[in-house]
Design a protein around this ligand. Sequence first.
Ligand code: FMN
Ligand code: SF4
Ligand code: SF4
Length: 237
Amino acid sequence: MKQDSIIATSEKVGFVFPVYSWALPKIVSDFIEKIDLSNAKYIFAVTTMGGFSKQYVSPVLIKLLKPKNKELDAAYNIRIFSNNIWGSKRMNPVPSKEKGDKRIKNGELKIEKIAKIIRNNQKGKVRESSIYPMKNSYYSFIKEVNTMDEKYYTDENCNGCGICQQICPVDNIKLVNEKPEWQHRCQMCTACLHYCPQIAIQWGEYTLGRARYNHPKIKMKEILAQNPKIKQFLGEY
Ligand SMILES: Cc1cc2nc3c(=O)[nH]c(=O)nc-3n(C[C@H](O)[C@H](O)[C@H](O)COP(=O)(O)O)c2cc1C
Ligand code: SF4
Ligand code: SF4
């Protein structure tokens, strides 16, 4: 992301990301805009999502590929959970352990099937949605996302451990007097919110009294170990 241009040298290129605002995280669309796909002969997308994007591909992604004269050969959504707990409670419930485990198992089975299709360069389900109010909602989301962190704050339970700063993939948190301060280049990935061990981070009133969710198979330690490398690649992109 720090480079002026990014060239994909492989003939097979895939974009794997969580669905945000019916489409993509801003950082992913910035990346796709930048990447040179001239060498690509097979392009796929696999996304995870909370539930309401169903089996559709975002028209935003299709639109991003158009100027490069590229189309998706295969695209799939995998329903996992919504960590978007600053959104509606009804649409983004934190699942019970039983429901969560079942969804993860289904997702893993689906991944195996998808991997087989991609490995064999087969065409796979690509359905552009027409239901979405999504184009508009997405473009307002990417305009606002970097400063959506203005609503983050910590309560008296914050003990200054600094985990929020380390877990943020885009270096958006500074510790000042042992308290986090958000730097307004947020992607709203919600990692800081969910991984604060003290549950001391809130986003406006929306997150008060709501459970936090962390994928049971991904440990905080693993993310913390990867993040310095990710941050080194991103810089303040
Ligand atoms: C800012 C934001 C916007 C989201 N928008 C959608 C959405 O429009 N549709 C949907 O099904 N899930 C949505 N989600 C849920 C994410 O897709 C889900 O939390 C993600 O796929 C989980 O993967 P992760 O833990 O790697 O982020 C959103 C989550 C966030 C944080
Ligand atoms: S992770 Fe939580 S407790 Fe630790 S510094 Fe950040 S807000 Fe405070
Ligand atoms: S970890 Fe927190 S501050 Fe960093 S991008 Fe994600 S939501 Fe924003």
